[in-house]
Design a protein around this ligand. Structure first.
Ligand SMILES: NC(=O)c1ccc[n+]([C@@H]2O[C@H](COP(=O)([O-])OP(=O)(O)OC[C@H]3O[C@@H](n4cnc5c(N)ncnc54)[C@H](O)[C@@H]3O)[C@@H](O)[C@H]2O)c1
Ligand SMILES: [Zn+2]
Ligand SMILES: [Zn+2]
Length: 363
């Protein structure tokens, strides 16, 4: 099958013909229909974060079950599924305390190191699956706890976006921060994740949704998806002052959806008393953040959010219902459909800030 492989960091993706194994007892083979381009893969292509190589990247994919292993009871061939990197073991402390997205036992849902790899080159050498998914490929072989079965009414190219971006953005609002009706919200960064957070805030009934980006095109889309006040960071002198002026002293909830020190600090500094800043963006590993200690006295909070603190087997079908009833706008989030062979161009366009969400279509 064809897959987009990262062979060096930093490096571009190379489209290679590789072999996928038959499902093991607990595994599911998925024929991929749509795969979204998330910025997280780009961080790994750029070498800001490390991952075992060679690796098939991609972690935002949906498709159709082709085959299942002998112990799989959850799904069957023909089912439509979304894959999620929050693979849960169901037995560790985090899983059992209601936080399966923090599962601490990846070995339980991976093949033993000594077993043949799920993906291999023709010479037999192993290829890693990024995030235990490897979504930029015609086929994915994953643990059954990495998929959720969805209704066939849901178009699979848009279902793919729910695999990471939508769940991360909506989940950060609904689950991690728990925004309440009427709240003043600011989302910094209106890419795929930010646009999902904006929609989460709208659906949650936020009173005001300020959006900050450096691109007028992104801000225009953000306005259509729920942003009430749009701030171009490159045309104001001070982002924090601009947001405070718009929100009568600061916001109750801010979301950083880029992954930069400066914008993560802006997210905290724009809070009103008692506010909560949620950093969704992947800040580089050695990067520290500076906040003033005195701000903690007024109960301002800074927190992270991993994959929207999801419980994806129930969250994703809920997001699909929101799409099908018109509340969640996914068609408007997709700025381009690509072939697998165009993936590097897609990421170049993301680097230039020209796109919202792009989806690879496999036909
Ligand atoms: N926490 C998680 O579980 C999780 C999950 C998925 C993605 N992420 C991370 O979320 C971040 C966003 O991902 P994405 O796919 O939406 O990326 P993206 O590239 O589509 O969007 C980033 C947006 O930020 C804007 N931007 C860049 N610099 C800016 C600045 N200084 N001020 C204001 N806006 C600026 C860009 O114009 C763009 O619209 C990435 O760091 C990604 O790795 C985290
Ligand atoms: Zn992602
Ligand atoms: Zn677990």
């Amino acid at each position: 099958m064809k897959a987009a492989v990262l062979n060096e960091q930093p490096g571009a993706l190379s489209i290679e013909d590789i072999t996928v194994d038959a499902p093991g007892a607990n595994e599911v083979l998925v024929r991929v229909v749509g795969a979204g381009l998330c910025h997280s893969d780009l961080h790994f292509m750029e070498g800001t974060f490390r991952t075992p190589l060679p690796s098939v990247l991609g972690h935002e994919s949906a498709g159709v079950v082709e085959a299942v292993g002998s112990d799989v009871t959850y799904c069957k061939p023909g089912d439509h599924v979304i894959c999620c990197l929050s693979v849960f073991c169901g037995q560790c402390r985090q899983c059992l305390s209601g936080h399966p997205y923090r599962c601490m036992n990846p070995d339980a849902t991976s093949r033993p190191k000594a077993a043949p790899a799920r993906l291999r080159r023709s010479d037999g050498s192993a290829i890693d699956q990024f995030a235990r998914l490897g979504g930029f490929a015609e086929m994915m072989l994953v643990h059954q706890n990495a998929v959720v079965v969805i209704t066939k009414d849901m178009p699979l190219d848009r279902a793919a976006l729910i695999g990471c971006g939508v769940t991360t953005g909506l989940g950060a609002v609904f689950r991690t921060a728990q925004v309440e009706p009427g709240a003043r919200v600011c989302v910094i960064g209106a890419g795929g994740i930010g646009l999902a957070a904006i929609q989460g805030a709208r659906i949650a009934g936020a009173g005001q949704i300020v959006v900050v980006d450096v691109s007028d095109e992104k801000l225009e889309v953000a306005g259509r998806l729920g942003g009430t006040d749009l701030v171009n960071a490159s045309s104001v002198e001070n982002v924090v002052a601009a947001v405070k002026a718009l929100t009568d002293g600061g916001v109750d909830y801010s979301f950083e959806a880029i992954g930069l020190k400066a914008t993560a600090e802006q997210a905290f500094n724009m809070l009103d008393i008692g506010g909560t800043a949620t950093v969704i963006g992947m800040v580089p590993p050695r990067q520290t953040l500076d906040i003033r200690g005195i701000d903690l006295l007024s109960e301002k909070k800074l927190q992270g959010s991993m994959m929207g603190s999801n419980q994806f087997r129930t969250d994703m079908p809920m997001f699909i219902r929101m799409y099908l009833d018109g509340r969640l706008k996914l068609d408007e989030m997709v700025s381009g459909r690509l072939q697998l062979g165009e993936i590097n161009e897609g990421y170049e366009a993301m680097k230039r800030g020209e796109v919202t969400r792009q989806v690879i279509i496999f036909d």
